[in-house]
Structure formats: structure tokens, C-alpha cells
Design a protein around this ligand. Structure first.
Ligand code: GTP
Ligand code: K
Ligand code: MG
Length: 435
């Protein structure tokens, strides 16, 4: 029998209402002790006086009773919606401890839900992402994953693999006398090929799902005094970076977070690119180039009043070129967006272009996106096992069977069908207490 656990499921601190959650076999008896009998009807709120063992009133609260298995965790569970004051919460905690419940660890409610088959590992991750979601695009992706989009995909592939494995094993155990060589390649080959193609497509996603989670990164780069920091400040609508007329003002990377097209964006201002005059600036330039390399998109800035200005070398195909200082009568440059960080001219067009780029890269497609490095690693492992298996389908079917078995294991580690303790710890430790 599992412990009965409790936690505050709303954020700590003062609030109108605080929700204290309870789960485990002792939940019903503990609820009776605090809220009195009769127990409320399942899943219906009832207003009750909460009391401790000395019959002192702790609060008047809404209480709910969720008998297992039809509860979030699958166990008997209860909720007390108390007034969100520290003394009330502490008093209820004290009374719960006195009745034998213990404080929950981070993610323990969700882990129990997983262990009771209420959700698979990808759905649990989706729930963690939903709690963390700050933008519409993140919410959409998290809801899809929590609703089983990845689970359905991975479970489907697992079933396909099992069918392939049984075809291979059948051939090994009962080889047909008059089988032509390569019979197995004919029966199992197409299925393996189709799965390899499906896994390749799933992996070849421009890291869309991972970027939706962590944020799309944009680096502003260009020569000193081109106006990079001024542009960052205008896009951020605050004075995040220092602006002066001294070339080489910015050294460290200055990051601001924006929401564009419903997605999180991390915009980075960098040091002006030039042959640096001192060690501090040289380090700034090194960091600028590194950030430019790693970013999902680069904004190259040139000073329109500088006739000899050229686009930065670090700019790549598909990046955006901005000609700044249009208020000083800078000439239009082909394919570039003309702006003035001083007057704000051209920023509507710039923001529209940035939003369009982010949306084009991150908008939801038909197929669910993998959203974590964990998914990528496991799908890559399955893919390389399958490629190996396909190559030895004819000459070494036993070994090909082993490869398919490895691919099945990779799928099972994704959904949590097989116990991989460190994976479970990693997934559930991301939750905060009370989830
Ligand atoms: N007239 C005009 N001046 C601008 C504009 N944008 C920036 N400036 C000025 O240009 C100078 C340099 O601006 P910054 O934003 O510091 O330029 P930066 O590219 O960040 O420079 P470093 O950090 O030194 O590489 C400052 O004096 C700004 O006020 C603009 O659109 N028009
Ligand atoms: K400057
Ligand atoms: Mg600067």
C-alpha cells in the first residue's frame, strides 16, 4: 500500500483560495477526520468545517472526494479548497500529518498517475510543459502531447515493429523448404523500409518542437554603432541594452524575451563586429560570432549612412538584413528592411517579417513534433537499429531480429512501457511540488 501524500497545488504565498491535494489509500479516512462525515458524494464539492484532532476549527473549506481509480492519480484522492492564508495552510498540513499523511515530493502525483497507467511518459511530459507554457504556441503543443499525440505515434510504431519481428521470427523458426533466398526480405523488407522513412520524417523537423519549448533564438549582428542595441531596445519596448555613440559599447550578450506569432523568442544583442582594440572587446566579438552561429535566425544591421557598409559575413541565406538610420536619409538597399531605431520608422514591417519567419518555422503541422532531446535520442537509436536490421535481413535474419528488438525497446523507453529508472527520475523531477 502506498503512502498517502499531500501538497499545496496552488503557488505558495497568500491567495484567495489555496488547493491542498491528497492522494493514496488513506485519503478517504483522512478526509473524514478533517472534514467530518458523511463523506461528500464523489467529485462534488461540499462546504465543510475543517478541524484538527482537538476539534479546533482550521477553516471553512470546499472539499472534494475522488475515489480511485477514476481520479487523476488513479488512487483515492481528495482536495481541500481552503482560504489561502499561511496559518490556514500550515494548520491543515499539521492536521494531515497528524492523520498519517506525508508531504509529496516534486512530481509525485503525476508519477503515481503514470505508475497507475493514467498517462504515459510523453503525456506526463506534455503536462509538465503545459504548466510551464507561457505562450499560445507552447500551450498548443503541450496540450497535443498531453492528449496523447506522441504516445499514439510511438505506440503505433511499436506495434508495427512487433509485427515485423514476428515475421522474422516465423521465418527463423519455420523456414520453408522451397523458400527462395530473400523471401524474408520480401515479406519484412517493405515494412522495415516504411518505418525507416516514417522515423526519418519525424526526425527531420527542423527541431520545431524543441524550439517551441525553449524559444526561437535571434541574434542581432553588425558593425559597431550600426544601431544594434537601439534596435533591440525598440523591439523589446524598454532600454534593455546600453546605447551610446561610442563604437564598441556592447560587449556582453544582452537577451530579451519576446512573444512573436504566439511563440517564445529570445532576441540577443551582441558586440559590434570588428578587429577588437582590447581583450574585453575581443571576447565580446568572439561571443557575438558564437551566438550568431547558434541562433535560429540572424538580423544583420548596417548603418545606412555609411556608404561602404557591407552585410556581416556571419549572415546566411534566409537571414534578414536591416538598413538602419533611415531618418538620416539612408538609401534603400535591395532586399533589406529600412528602419530607424530613433523614430521607429519601418518597425511595423520588421516585426511583421520576424513574426512571419517564426510562424513559418514553428507553426503546427499535421504530424506531432518531438519536443525533447530524450525523444530525439530514442528515435535516432531506433532508426539506426532498423537501418542495420534492413541491411542484414537476408544474410543474418537472427541479427536483424535483434535489431528490431532494440528498436522496440527504444519505443518502449519513449512511452515509459519499460522501466528506465533514471529516465523516470529525470522526467518527474521537472515538476514542482504539488503536481
Ligand atoms: N539618427 C539615428 N541614430 C541612431 C539610430 N540608431 C542608432 N543611432 C545612434 O547610433 C549610435 C550607436 O547606437 P547603438 O545602438 O549603441 O549601436 P550598436 O550597434 O549597438 O553599437 P555597439 O554596441 O557599439 O556595437 C547611438 O548614438 C544611437 O543613438 C537611428 O536610427 N537614427
Ligand atoms: K555604440
Ligand atoms: Mg550595442
Amino acid at each position: 500500500m502506498t503512502d498517502t501524500i499531500f501538497a499545496l497545488s496552488t503557488p505558495p504565498g497568500r491567495s484567495g483560495v489555496a488547493v491542498i491535494r491528497l492522494s493514496g489509500a488513506g485519503s478517504g479516512a483522512i478526509l473524514d477526520a478533517l472534514a467530518g462525515k458523511p463523506r461528500p458524494r464523489p467529485r462534488e464539492a461540499a462546504l465543510r468545517r475543517l478541524r484538527d484532532r482537538q476539534n479546533a476549527t482550521l477553516d471553512r473549506a470546499l472539499v472534494l472526494w475522488f475515489p480511485g481509480p477514476a481520479s487523476f492519480t488513479g488512487e483515492d484522492s481528495a482536495e481541500c479548497h481552503v482560504h489561502g492564508g499561511e496559518a490556514v495552510i500550515e494548520g491543515v498540513f499539521e492536521a494531515l500529518r497528524a492523520e498519517g499523511a506525508r508531504p509529496a515530493e516534486a512530481g509525485e502525483f503525476t508519477r503515481r498517475a503514470f505508475e497507475n497507467g493514467k498517462l504515459d511518459l510523453t503525456e506526463a511530459e506534455g503536462l509538465a510543459d503545459l504548466i510551464e507554457a507561457e505562450t499560445e504556441g507552447q500551450r498548443e503543443q503541450a496540450l497535443a502531447q498531453m492528449g496523447g499525440a506522441l504516445k499514439t505515434l510511438y505506440e503505433g510504431w511499436r506495434e508495427d515493429l512487433i509485427a515485423i519481428l514476428s515475421a522474422i521470427e516465423g521465418e527463423i523458426d519455420f523456414p520453408d523448404e522451397d523458400d527462395v533466398p530473400g523471401a524474408l526480405a520480401a515479406t519484412a523488407g517493405p515494412g522495415v523500409g516504411a518505418l525507416i522513412a516514417a522515423l526519418e520524417t519525424h526526425l527531420d523537423d527542423d527541431r520545431r518542437g524543441e524550439i517551441v519549448r525553449r524559444g526561437f533564438t535571434i541574434a542581432i549582428i553588425g558593425a559597431p554603432n550600426a544601431g544594434k542595441s537601439s534596435i533591440l531596445n525598440r523591439l523589446a519596448r524598454r532600454e534593455a541594452a546600453i546605447v551610446t555613440d561610442i563604437p564598441g559599447t556592447t560587449r556582453d550578450i544582452v537577451e530579451v524575451r519576446l512573444v512573436l506569432a504566439g511563440f517564445p523568442v529570445i532576441l540577443a544583442d551582441t558586440a559590434g563586429l570588428r578587429e577588437a582594440s582590447d581583450r574585453v572587446e575581443a571576447e565580446g566579438v568572439r561571443r557575438a560570432l558564437e551566438r550568431a552561429r547558434d541562433a535560429d535566425l540572424r538580423l544583420g544591421v548596417i548603418d545606412g549612412t555609411d556608404k561602404g557598409a557591407r552585410p556581416p559575413d556571419a549572415l546566411r541565406d534566409g537571414d534578414i538584413l536591416i538598413v538602419n538610420k533611415s531618418d538620416l536619409g539612408a538609401s534603400d538597399s535591395l532586399g533589406a528592411i529600412a528602419v530607424s531605431a530613433t523614430t521607429g520608422a519601418g518597425f511595423d514591417a520588421l516585426e511583421a517579417e520576424l513574426s512571419a519567419r517564426v510562424a513559418a518555422r514553428l507553426s503546427r503541422r499535421e504530424a506531432p513534433a518531438l519536443s525533447r532531446a530524450r525523444h530525439r535520442e530514442a528515435v535516432e537509436a531506433a532508426l539506426s537499429a532498423l537501418r542495420r536490421g534492413r541491411a542484414r535481413l537476408i544474410d543474418a535474419p537472427e541479427l536483424a531480429g535483434e535489431d528490431v528488438r532494440l528498436a522496440i525497446r527504444a519505443m518502449e523507453s519513449l512511452t515509459g512501457r519499460i522501466d528506465v529508472e533514471d529516465v523516470l527520475d529525470r522526467v518527474f523531477s521537472q515538476f514542482c511540488i504539488g503536481k
